[in-house]
Write a protein that binds this ligand. Structure first.
Ligand code: ITT
Length: 196
């Protein structure tokens, strides 16, 4: 597989995926004028497949979908599938973080436990009956204020106790090494190599 359409409009995700999948030539779906598909699934995996299939249908190329988010068990799994629009349909990272910190403000320390989860689906063609599905997760603690400037999304409030830093205080390489997306994409590359 030489060319792969990446079914995301999120620049942060795209950058991480490009680094982890080199030397495959990746094509952002926005550069092909492919609109985001409606995310109607009930799980990250279902939405990752929806994104990949739609991008493959529109482009005629193999495509990869990433559906990911932050899961806080003490908030019944929120923001979950709605992580990118937690504070509203056009919410930015700042507004989403503020809403999260507000939702957790009266919670006990052990209720600030959270997970980043990432599902990756790769379809070789639109109707691929055996998409490659990989996933990864990482556990952390939600801080009460932002720390660090790297990464994207909820990274500045996602604290990694073992590293004593937030995800936004890691370099891109350090984040890729441990992150939910890094884990899922390394599994994907192993699976792709086994197909050659
Ligand atoms: P696409 O659908 O175009 O891929 P999106 O940002 O809407 O972009 P999702 O529906 O998968 O993608 O939502 C993912 C959200 O979860 C993302 O916007 C962040 O708020 C959060 N998220 C996912 N991975 C993250 C990471 O590595 N670091 C911080 N936040 C992350």
């Amino acid at each position: 597989m030489k060319k792969l359409v990446i079914a995301t409009h999120n620049i942060g995700k795209l950058t991480e995926i490009a680094e982890l999948l080199a030397p495959i030539e990746i094509i952002a779906q926005s550069s092909l004028n492919i609109r985001p598909v409606e995310e109607t699934g009930q799980s990250f995996v279902e939405n990752a497949i929806l994104k990949a299939r739609y991008a493959s249908k529109q482009s005629g190329l193999p495509a990869l979908g990433d559906d990911s988010g932050l899961v806080v068990p003490a908030l019944q799994g929120a923001p979950g599938l709605y992580s990118s629009r937690y504070a509203g349909i056009n919410a930015n990272d700042e507004a989403n973080i503020l809403k999260l910190l507000d939702a957790l403000k009266d919670k006990k320390q052990n209720e600030r436990e959270a997970f980043f989860f990432c599902a990756i689906a790769l379809v070789r063609y639109q109707n691929d009956p055996m998409p490659i599905i990989c996933s990864g997760f990482i556990k952390g603690i939600i801080l009460s204020k932002k720390q660090g400037k790297s990464g994207f999304g909820y990274d500045p409030v996602f604290y990694l106790p073992k590293l004593k830093r937030s995800m936004a205080e890691l370099s891109a390489a350090e984040k890729n090494h441990i992150s939910h997306r890094g884990i899922a994409l390394r599994e994907l590359t192993t699976r792709l190599l086994n197909e050659l």
